[in-house]
Design a binder for this molecule. Structure first.
Ligand SMILES: [Zn+2]
Length: 310
């Protein structure tokens, strides 16, 4: 049983020593299988156990069962310098309550959704999710970039409305998160991409970005062979925003007119958002008339609507 659990857990160099099942929670007591650890001061390998330090670390759930690892981070006494030290564990950062692979999984969910709903779905607080993203930003698990051909650059917003962004790098062919850059700055992104090495950067054939100009400049500098494509979703979103703003502006202009004209223009644009943004071919007769009224009232709206349709 212990051996099977060790295999299932799939953490290199770690053994399951015992297990406890409580309702929807599984607790696995684990320990590194090596009886020795390296002293960080003098690099001497030591086997003199000084103290046991247990802590509970949350790991990836198994189906509906929450999994906690009871980890013994052993303290050794160095045989050379005689000072105590704690062993390094590569699957969890110091003083953290989550395994790195769990933090990575949560971060990937945020990339495909948003922070708030991921927190809810996984029964975590928003600040826990943020701290996980932060950990992963500092230490992304080893990922091979050997086959990277199509790179996607996107961003996630951390705190709503506070303008704090993290740049997300994705392997578009494999749908895998391959990097996180902790601030949306051209220098930081460039530095990060360059750390991949020239061979990788030269093999990238396509980079998909949103319309944020900074990304374009950085990609042109760092990925010489890549063709830039613009994420269709981003384009549509921006067009819609522009078009709707045009409608709102027209309404405001109307407010300055004389009362009779004003009433007429106002009612033309009132409630027109849906009609403007929906594909023209999907509109019913009544909606088409509304659209025509808006276009007749404003040449600007007419042009913008046409651009959107294209
Ligand atoms: Zn030492």
């Amino acid at each position: 049983m212990k051996r099977q659990l060790t295999k299932l857990l799939c953490l290199t160099g770690v053994n399951v020593k015992s297990q406890k099942q409580l309702e929807n929670t599984l607790i696995l007591e684990i320990e590194r299988d090596s009886k020795k650890a390296l002293c960080p001061r003098c690099n001497q390998s030591s086997s003199r156990l000084h103290q046991n330090h247990y802590s509970l670390i949350k790991d990836i759930p198994w189906g509906k069962t929450e999994v906690f690892l009871r980890v013994n981070r052993r303290q050794f006494k160095c045989e050379k310098c005689a000072k105590p030290f704690s062993e390094e564990l590569d699957f969890v950062n110091k003083r953290q309550k989550y395994t790195l692979r769990y933090a990575q999984q949560i971060t990937e969910q945020v990339v495909n959704s948003d922070l708030n709903s991921v927190a809810k779905r996984n029964n975590l607080t928003e600040s826990e999710v943020e701290s996980m993203i932060d950990q992963i930003t500092q230490k992304i698990l080893p990922i091979s970039l050997k086959n990277l051909k199509r790179l996607g650059i996107d961003e996630i917003s951390l705190v709503k409305g506070q303008g704090k962004f993290i740049i997300v790098l994705v392997d578009l062919d494999r749908g895998k998160l391959i990097g996180l850059v902790k601030e949306r700055k051209s220098k930081t992104l460039q530095y990060y991409l360059r750390s991949w090495g020239e061979d990788i950067l030269n093999q990238i054939e396509e980079v998909s970005i949103d319309l944020y100009k900074m990304y374009q400049t950085v990609v042109e500098k760092t990925c010489p062979k890549a063709v830039l494509t613009v994420d269709r979703f981003h384009v549509t979103k921006i067009l819609h925003e522009e078009l709707n703003q045009g409608r709102i502006d027209q309404k405001k202009t109307a407010a300055d007119l004389e009362s009779q004209q004003r009433e007429k223009l106002f009612s033309t644009f009132k409630g027109g958002k849906y009609v403007l943004l929906k594909r023209e071919q999907d509109l019913n007769t009544q909606q088409r008339e509304k659209l025509l009224d808006m276009k007749n009232a404003s040449p600007l709206i007419e042009v913008m609507h046409q651009l959107k349709e294209e």
